[in-house]
Design a protein around this ligand. Structure first.
Ligand SMILES: *Cc1c(COP(=O)(O)O)cnc(C)c1O
Length: 226
């Protein structure tokens, strides 16, 4: 784990240096789906604080078992409207808000003693059938509506673009999300988070301005079979 983390940090630092960014402006969220609590604990000991989970039932069990460890939990998976309550009660961040109804429920269900829930709007850049995410054209109105909700804090945008092998092809998708992000900020949205980049494409994401990368296999190795 420490070796993997060093390697990921080195990749981020190299990409950041290449475009004149400060590597410290990029947060690593360890995508720990399918990984056991013991491995998450080892990752925390190695210096990671942010963990991203994708499957709610599994996530809630692990979060409960790790309650003694001070970690920040991000929900990065697909969210069903009838499962928002435990997410609103347990997580600090949700990266996969792609429709207003989800956001409204999360806001209504966020406990009053907790700080506002940080959210990103997930954008579907390629209009792939069956894929989660708001259409780019719908993002400005959705962002404006989400920003009005009292118990949420809209932080930025997230994407899971189609898999591409070439750096330039990877960069094109991330540049598109960055464009939407910059348009929103030009209109006064005040967003600070671009959640993009995974194990295979983190360099492209950093070059296009990612502030948060979600890294699974490069940190933990291959995911165990479900
Ligand atoms: C699993 C997952 C990741 C990490 O993927 P790796 O390729 O293992 O780094 C990032 N984001 C989301 C939404 C995921 O589900």
């Amino acid at each position: 784990m420490p070796e993997n983390l060093d390697r990921v940090r080195g990749r981020i630092a190299a990409a950041a240096a290449q475009c004149g960014r400060n590597a410290h402006s990029i947060t690593i969220v360890a995508a720990s789906k399918s990984q056991p609590s013991a491995l998450i604990e080892a990752a925390a000991r190695a210096g990671l604080e942010h963990f991203g989970e994708s499957y709610l039932k599994e996530a809630l069990e692990k979060i409960a078992s790790l309650a003694a460890v001070p970690l920040t939990w991000h929900f990065i998976g697909r969210l069903q409207a009838n499962k928002t309550r435990p997410v609103a009660e347990t997580f600090s961040w949700v990266h996969s808000v792609d429709r207003l109804r989800l956001a409204q429920r999360l806001s209504a269900q966020r406990p009053y003693h907790a700080p506002p829930l940080n959210v990103c709007i997930e954008v579907s850049l390629a209009a792939e059938p069956g894929k989660a995410g708001a259409a780019p054209a719908d993002v400005p109105a959705l962002a404006a509506a989400v920003a009005e909700l009292p118990r949420l804090k809209l932080r930025g945008l997230m994407c899971l673009p189609p898999e591409e092998r070439a750096l330039e092809s990877q960069r094109r998708w991330f540049a598109e999300l960055r464009g939407i992000f910059e348009d929103l900020n030009s209109a006064g949205a005040g967003l600070d988070t671009l959640s993009m980049g995974m194990s295979e494409d983190l360099e492209a994401a950093v070059l296009e301005g990612a502030t948060l990368v979600r890294i699974g296999t490069a940190l933990f190795g291959p995911r165990p079979p479900a």
